[in-house]
Design a protein around this ligand. Structure first.
Ligand SMILES: *[C@@H]1O[C@H](CO)[C@@H](O)[C@H](O)[C@H]1NC(C)=O
Length: 165
């Protein structure tokens, strides 16, 4: 009985590995076929990103990502964040436009403001939604500090689009 359980666990983890491998391969292939997009890696994390070099408002950046069959890039793990960390003045896919004070990633998921992740990826004390005007999140766009910061959505920065499977 115990052996059977072990066997099932081994088979399950094998399946997970295979499906992750297949997903990674599809992402690599899709990325290769998408003009302007490149694979960025950190540890075992791979992201297919396009760095828009023109300065655009958050909404303009969103629209450009959509026109490239992608969305603004999300960095919801520490490894992913380490990919954007060295890139100054870029919009990422995180804002509290829909509900003031609730920060949503571009895939619709909510960033827990009490989480350890939030403490590690944001400038200390941010996001603060100052004057209820700072609804959109950019990386290293304040005092050359390589962390996230919430800024007025009408400011113009470069931006990162992300292709997902
Ligand atoms: C974007 O704005 C920055 C200043 O924030 C400037 O240094 C850079 O040259 C601008 N890039 C373009 C392509 O206009």
């Amino acid at each position: 009985m115990r052996n059977l359980i072990v066997l099932i666990l081994v088979l399950c983890s094998f399946r997970v590995t295979i499906s992750q491998g297949t997903q990674r391969l599809s992402l690599l292939l899709k990325c290769k076929q998408s003009a302007g997009f490149s694979i960025y890696g950190q540890g075992t994390t791979k992201m297919c990103l396009y760095l828009g070099q023109e300065n655009k408002t958050y909404v303009e950046a969103q629209a450009d990502c959509t026109s490239r069959n992608s969305r603004l890039a999300i960095f919801n793990t520490l490894e992913k964040f380490q990919i954007v960390e060295p890139m100054p003045n870029v919009w990422i896919g995180l804002d509290d436009i829909a509900t003031e004070g609730t920060y949503r990633w571009a895939d619709g998921s909510i960033l827990d403001l009490q989480s350890e992740l939030k403490k590690k990826i944001f400038y200390p004390g941010e996001p603060n939604a100052a004057f209820e005007l700072e609804d959109c999140v950019c990386n290293n766009c304040f005092k050359e500090y390589p962390k996230l910061f919430d800024s007025p959505c009408g400011d113009t920065y470069r931006y990162l689009c992300e292709k997902v499977i």
